[in-house]
Design a protein. Structure first.
Length: 215
């Protein structure tokens, strides 16, 4: 598995938020990690098939189909930063998460083609339960092969991120947006920035340091 860089991690987290919000917009619940992972896998595999670099997760065969440690880490990170909420029955976006997606509208609109892949997957598989979508994915061939995923070995790699050099197109984020997303996603960094702005208004100068994101 090739580690993601900061750029790729930010894109993955933003697209995960968009996927969950889009599911809610279309009236479907993400009923748990199994369903979320399958929706992410289907979205990324379709992008990779068309040589597009959107999601950057690596997936391997595990107990309930395609598994991604990175996706689960992002899920926990986004939840810890109050952008997502996990309950026993659903994974949902919070008001803070909605605000972040709304604030990122110019960036998302610039990458509209990638969002359409996510929308199509949600339209097709949003109504499915975690159990049903798992069965469908099990009967899907591996990328570039005829062998079905259900025939693969435990731990076998199913999908890896698209290398930048091989991609016809990638989700574009400039340096200014990288810094903006780093701040907006990290609740401590955003809080520090707000305190600094408040101090500045009162005439108290506070040095702001860019967040050191863990990814």
């Amino acid at each position: 598995m090739i580690a993601r860089n900061l750029y790729e991690t930010l894109v993955d987290r933003l697209l995960m938020l968009f996927l969950i919000l889009e599911s809610q917009r279309q009236g479907w619940r993400i009923t748990g990690k199994v369903k979320l992972l399958k929706l992410l896998y289907l979205s990324e595999s379709r992008m990779v098939k068309d040589e597009l670099k959107g999601f950057n997760y690596s997936f391997y065969r595990w107990d309930f189909g395609p598994m991604s440690n990175e996706a689960l880490q992002d899920l926990d990170w986004l939840s810890a930063n109050n952008l997502l909420k996990q309950t026993r029955y659903a994974i949902a976006i919070t008001s803070r998460g909605r605000d972040l997606v709304k604030s990122s509208s110019p960036l998302l609109e610039h990458n509209e083609g990638f969002l359409e892949y996510v929308r199509r997957v949600i339209r097709e598989f949003g109504p499915y339960t975690g159990k049903r979508i798992k069965t469908v994915v099990y009967d899907t061939p591996m990328m570039g092969e005829k062998k079905l995923i259900r025939k693969t070995k435990h731990g076998e790699e199913l999908l890896r991120k698209m290398p930048t050099k091989q991609a016809k197109k990638r989700f574009l984020v400039d340096e200014e947006w990288i810094e903006t997303l780093s701040i907006l996603m990290d609740k401590e960094a955003q809080g520090s920035l707000k305190r600094g702005m408040a101090d500045a208004k009162r005439g108290k100068v506070t040095k702001y340091e860019s967040p050191k994101m863990i990814y």
